[in-house]
Every structure is written in C-alpha cells, then in structure tokens.
Design a protein around this ligand. Structure first.
Ligand code: SAH
Length: 466
C-alpha cells in the first residue's frame, strides 16, 4: 500500500485551489460538501465558481497565486490544467506548508483524492493508487446501487443516540444492538412509518436489548478453501463478518484473513511442517474458553474442515463443554487442484471412485491399500504428500503399479503462485525435489493435465514440465 487512506477533519480549515476550469470545478464540487474555508485563485474562471463566490460558499481571488497565498492551508489543489503553472503554484503551496495534490499528476502529488460514495456521514472512499480509475468508478457505481439512500439518515439519528446506547456493555452486546438497528429495525421503521418513527424504534430496540439475557457463545468450524478468496462460500464470508475471534491455521491465505471483521481477535495456531506450534489441546481450550466468554468463534481451516482437518477433536471439545457449534464446508484442495488441470475427479469408464489419502499420519508415513491403488485407472488425491513421496512411490511400484502412471503435483492450487508439475509414478518424487516446492502441494496419482492446450489458461507460466 503506497497511499494510506485517512479521513481528514476539514471543518473550519483552509483549502486552496489554483485554477478556474473544469479540473478546478470537479474538485470544488467535492470540496463544497465539506465545511472547509475554500479559496480559489484563478485569472479566468467558470461561471459556477463566480456564483459560488457570490453565494458566499468560497472566496474567489481573480489573479494568479503568489507566495504566501496558501499560508495556514492544510490542503492545496493544483488544477490549472497547465503543467508549468501547476508546478509553480504547487511549489508555493508546499513552501506555505500545505499538502499538495496536482490534478492528473500522481507523481508530483503528496495525496490523491479517492472516488467517493457519499451517504453523509457515511462516506466510502475508493482508491487504486492511480492504477485503475476505471475500476474505482465501477466499484463506486456498484456501491451507489447497493447502499440505500437512507443510510446517511440512519447514521445521523444513530449518532445522536450513541450515548443512550452506552448503557449496553461495550463489545458484543453493543455491536449486536447497532447491527440490528442499521440492518433491520432502522430501514424497516423508515420504510413503514417514515423518518419520525426511527427514534422511537431505536428506544424500543434498546429496551429490548437491555432486558435480554446473556448471549451464548458459539463455534463455527469454517472451511477457508484452497486460498483464492473468491472460492470462499458465502456462509464462510458471513461467519467471518460476524466473528469476535478467529482462530486460524497456517495455510489460510492472508487475503482471506483480511476479510475478518476488523475488531475480531485473530489467533494464529499455525502448523509448522509435521508439528504444530500450538498443540491440539491448546486449540481445543482456546475454542471453548472464548465461546464460554460469549464470543462468536470462527475456527478457520484451509480447504474443507472435514478433510484431514482434525475436526473431530475440536467438535468433541465443544460438545464436552456444552458449546454450540456448526460446520461450514469449504472447497477442498483436491477440487481446486483438479480444476487447475482441467480434469474430473471421477470419469465414466476410467475411475468410478476416487481416494483422498494423506501422505502421513500421527505415526509417520501412512499405510494404505496399495494393492487396490496399483490397479490401472485408479485415481488418488494425496494430501501432505511431498515429504512422503518416495515412500508412496516405493509402495505403489512394489505392489505392481505401472511406472508410467501419470502423476501431477499441483502446488498452491488456486493461488497466484500456483505451479503444476507433470511426471510419472517412476519419477515424481525426484520431480518434487527438483521443483523445490515451498507451498502446500497436492499430488494426483493417475491424473495428467487434460492437454497443454485446453488447460493453458489455468497452468501458470512457471509450470515445470518434466
Ligand atoms: N482441509 C484441507 C487439507 C488440510 S491438510 C483441505 O480440505 O484442503 C494440508 C494439505 O492440504 C497440504 O499438505 C496440501 O497437501 C493440501 N493443500 C491445502 N491447500 C492446498 C493448495 N492451495 N494447493 C495444494 N495443496 C493444498
């Protein structure tokens, strides 16, 4: 992030604009929404600017800017539509201590103005650091449609009611109250009986919340999917939106953690290699303790929590403590990986079943029904199969599997760093070593990418073809 978004208090503060044409007009329209003292310097100016000056909305100085003109100003906009004049006036403003923006000149600007969705006092600012103004406009349009026009009204009424709502204890209880107001009671009151009914509705809602009993905690065991945030389920997103505490594993991607409610307590219980930095018992205790304190806990696991996720230990702990829980499924690594090679997990006349195997278990490398797997046409998705690749290779060959059976290794499935390594049973362990994989990898036994051409879009350029 090269630009840090903040909201600046402008009421009663000085803002200077140099320029009187279209660029200045566009900035002034925005600035007039604020309570700043605006001064415009321009030798020529659009009629709107003159009439704003007549109405007392801004001060118009009909000459070019001179040294000292921006003294005490917090912000300066160079909107002269002339590079030399922008550079000259910006230098003057900087010397006077103002922070400078030059319209359409990212490099020489100290700050940039975001695209804005205005539901005063609720303001959404969208920035792309100048990279994609088109994208910013599209997001703005989308939000304009989605955020009801009454949002600002509700926020204003809510603000006046804040001290009354402080009667509720801070944290979850107060949050629940406001959330019910903004998303249910408030809009309903406006729609059914108009703005005047909002305040009484708020009072009734507060009474109801003040008299409600203690809220019970809860644990959601949530699948975070393979890494791409777009592969999260809507239910998982909702749970993250509501979580008080998020307890997450190492493989959960940073982009997904970003989606958690900003106030949520984030607890990393990441696994490192074969061991855990936090023991399973400690994780169980964390889940139960936070839920018993009334928190909505999201236990976030990569992929699907029911696949090699140590889920049952955690469910048992919740049950033993009488804590309510539910499972929110996710897309497992095998589903994302098979999609990336353009194949199906099962296929008529090839394999009527598919196995999900783990390369190792609590005791070390995991044993499986190797003889059954060695038969032609079998398909297995092998999780945690990097370290155990030589063991698996040896076992399958020993049980008569064809050395030419295709084996595909997909590292970081669904993530930008995704890599696909194609090999055969006879050489896939070497291929894994050579590829020096640092990320999570899924090994498909019995599957090759469909054809280079048809999956070209999903195989990344870093592909290692062996
Ligand atoms: N519950 C998870 C699996 C946890 S076990 C799921 O359903 O996907 C961890 C193993 O999952 C890793 O060792 C790796 O084999 C696999 N894995 C997880 N995310 C992956 C990804 N993005 N790409 C490839 N393999 C992944």
């Amino acid at each position: 992030m090269q630009h840090f978004p903040i909201f600046m208090a402008l009421a009663g503060r000085r803002v200077v604009v140099s320029g009187g044409g279209d660029a200045a007009l566009a900035k002034l329209r925005l600035l007039l929404k604020t309570e700043a003292h605006l001064t415009v310097f321009a030798e020529e100016f659009a009629p709107e600017i003159a009439s704003w000056a007549t109405e007392g909305k801004l001060r118009l100085v009909p000459r070019a800017m001179a040294p000292g003109d921006a003294l005490c100003a917090v912000l300066f906009y160079g909107a002269n539509e002339d590079d030399a004049e922008d550079a000259r006036t910006a230098a003057l403003a900087r010397a006077d201590g103002a922070i400078v923006n030059i319209v359409d000149n990212l490099i020489d600007s100290q700050f940039i103005t975001p695209a804005i969705v205005d539901r005063d006092p609720v303001t959404v600012a969208i920035g792309t650091e100048g990279a994609a103004p088109v994208l910013a406009r599209a997001i703005k349009r989308d939000l304009e449609e989605r955020l009801p026009a009454t949002l600002g009204t509700l926020a204003r009424i809510g603000k006046l009611f804040r001290s009354a709502a402080d009667a509720l204890p801070m944290g979850r209880k107060r949050r629940d109250f406001w959330s019910e107001f903004y998303f249910k009671t408030g809009p309903q009151a406006i729609e059914e009986k108009g703005i005047k009914s909002v305040r009484p509705a708020l009072e009734a809602l507060l009474d109801q919340h003040l008299n409600a009993g203690e809220k019970e905690g809860h644990v959601d065991l949530v699948g975070a999917g393979p890494g791409d945030p777009d592969l999260l389920t809507l239910k998982a997103r909702k749970a993250l939106d509501e979580a008080d505490v998020v307890i997450y594993d190492r493989l959960v991607s940073a982009e997904i953690l970003e989606l958690a409610r900003r106030e949520a307590t984030m607890i990393d219980v990441g696994k490192e290699g074969f061991g855990r930095s936090v023991s399973q018992n400690e994780i169980n205790d964390l889940l139960v303790q936070h839920a018993q304190n009334g928190a909505h806990v999201v236990r976030l696991k990569s992929g699907d929590p029911t696949v090699f996720g140590r889920l049952d230990e955690e469910i048992d702990a919740c049950r033993a403590a009488g804590v309510s829980w539910r499972i929110v499924p996710g897309i497992t690594a095998a589903s994302a990986a098979v999609a990336s090679i353009g194949q199906s997990l099962t296929k008529r006349d090839r394999n009527a079943s598919v196995r999900f195997l783990t390369g190792h278990d609590m005791k070390g490398f995991a044993e499986h029904d190797w003889r059954a797997l060695a038969r032609t046409g079998e398909v297995a998705a092998i999780y945690m199969g990097k370290k155990s690749s030589r063991f698996i290779q040896g076992r399958l060959l020993m049980h008569g599997a064809d050395p030419a059976t295709p084996v595909t290794v997909i590292e970081n499935a669904s993530r930008p760093e995704q890599r696909i390594v194609t090999a055969q049973l006879s050489d896939f362990a070497d291929a894994i070593t050579r590829a020096d994989m640092k990320g999570p990898a899924l090994v498909f036994y019995g599957l090759a990418p469909r054809t280079a051409q048809s999956v070209a879009a999903t195989i990344q350029p870093q592909e290692v073809a062996l």
